[in-house]
Design a protein around this ligand. Sequence first.
Ligand SMILES: NC(=O)CC[C@H](N)C(=O)O
Length: 394
Amino acid sequence: MSYVNNGNAVDLNSERIATAVLVLDDGTVFHGFGIGMEGETVGEVCFNTSMTGYQESLTDPSFAGQLITFTFPHIGNVGFNDEDIETSGIAANGLIIRASITEPANWRAVGPLDDWLVSRKLTGITGVDTRRLTHHIRKSGAPNGIIAHSKDGKFDIAALQEKAASWPGLEGMDLAKEVSCTAPYEWSETNWDSNTGFGQQETPTRHIVAVDYGIKRNILRCLAELGCRITVVPAKTTFDDILALNPDGIFLANGPGDPAATAEYAVPVIRKCVDSGIPTFGICLGHQMLALAVGAKTMKMHQGHRGANQPVKDLTTGKVEITSQNHGFVVTRESLPEGVTETHKSLFDGVVEGIEIDGKPVFSVQYHPEASPGPQDSYYLFKRFIDLVDRKNA
Ligand SMILES: NC(=O)CC[C@H](N)C(=O)O
């Protein structure tokens, strides 16, 4: 089959065979060119507006169950390296990009992105009109979709649509338990430096227990950098087992899926963390589950926040910060009960971006102060957490 440009694909070399398709659950089809592993991958199709950091996004466990559309057209042009990785485990299900991947041009690159995609068993598609796709998502909400990549260019579109349509969708899906570690481990790596690479912690003075619902490595590095010894524990760890580790503070990680789907195991444990008076800090999924634990509600957003230029106002100081974000669920303002204060608000669409529990050393944010990728304006939140720990220990 020779590829006929039907207005969907942007690589105009019409002699090339279309070796991949993206089929949405409503039957919309985008033809393009396969990258990464041959095969099929299904998930919710979201879009991410970050211009940099594609490796960090693709390895962020919070993207489990999702096919990422990068709105920035040139993805892959700095190849891959072995450092910008947020997990070696499950993360994004696939990627959708516009321009063909060029040869890597970066001093840190160890090879072309395509090789890395294959090594991670990731399937993707290039040549997609990502502006049209993003417009579709903005209008109709995030659809389920499937990417099929086959060198022979033969696709059964009806069967692919059926697979996309029968995927259950992220609402109600519990993925935190799928991506979590299965046994506790210690973390001691600190921030990256262009001369020396990642550092190693020397004399930590506080002990933080981080509950892993899909934790990004850079969160652990930020905590280690500030003098925390960290024990990472699985998502289903009981409160008694957390307490037995004698933590000075508890960290509730980011993670994929619907926060409400963790109601059986994470939410009741987090309720006990709040009641214990141990300083507790949550990021993204951790924030959403903390809100559920104190009686608030979450809902799926029509359009998630995914990108590295999202303005947020810290309502406690009046300062505006530019943040890195990746969420498709949100805590609803009207459900916030008495005793819970909204501390941060999105300046894009006004949704709740942070809360604190009155009279308790407990707070959380919906966005990503660890960046990776993205701006570091919100790094102060880690210091706010450490201050709470130190005040408690004083
Ligand atoms: N980054 C995250 O922790 C994401 C939280 C949740 N899965 C959401 O999509 O809203």
